[in-house]
Design a protein around this ligand. Structure first.
Ligand code: SF4
Length: 120
């Protein structure tokens, strides 16, 4: 079965078609990519899909009740719910600078959760 996805490895956003291909060393063929990164992205997307996670944590000492956060890298799609559960119970206190470390190495996945905005 073919999968058609948008490459998110750069802002160009090529439309990739990924085919199962027994003759290829990777077992997949990718078409529609303008560069080699698209091949890597396309194969990873069908074999181990992952995303940069955005969410929010509880915020004290500020007018708003939640602080938007994001991961510093991609995490596997099947870990997203577990990460969101951790974010739900995480509380930080303002002031916060954009990029401040909120959770180090979440779930041991090798990526951190950082503040996505500044709060006085
Ligand atoms: S295939 Fe290359 S040029 Fe196209 S979106 Fe992906 S990284 Fe960008």
């Amino acid at each position: 079965m073919n999968r058609i996805i948008k490459c998110k490895a750069c802002p160009v956003g090529c439309e990739l078609t990924i085919y199962k291909d027994q003759l290829s060393p990777t077992e997949y063929t990718v078409e529609g990519n303008s560069c080699g990164r698209g091949i890597e992205f396309g194969i990873k997307e069908v074999t181990e899909p992952s995303r940069v996670l955005t969410g929010r944590v509880l915020l004290k000492n500020a007018a708003m009740k939640h602080l938007p956060v994001k991961t510093t890298g991609v995490i596997p799609k099947d870990k997203i719910d577990d990460c969101l559960e951790i974010l739900k119970t995480t509380e930080v206190t303002a002031p916060i600078k954009k990029g401040d470390l909120i959770i180090e190495n979440i779930l041991g996945l090798g990526v951190d959760v950082i503040a996505a905005r500044r709060v006085k």
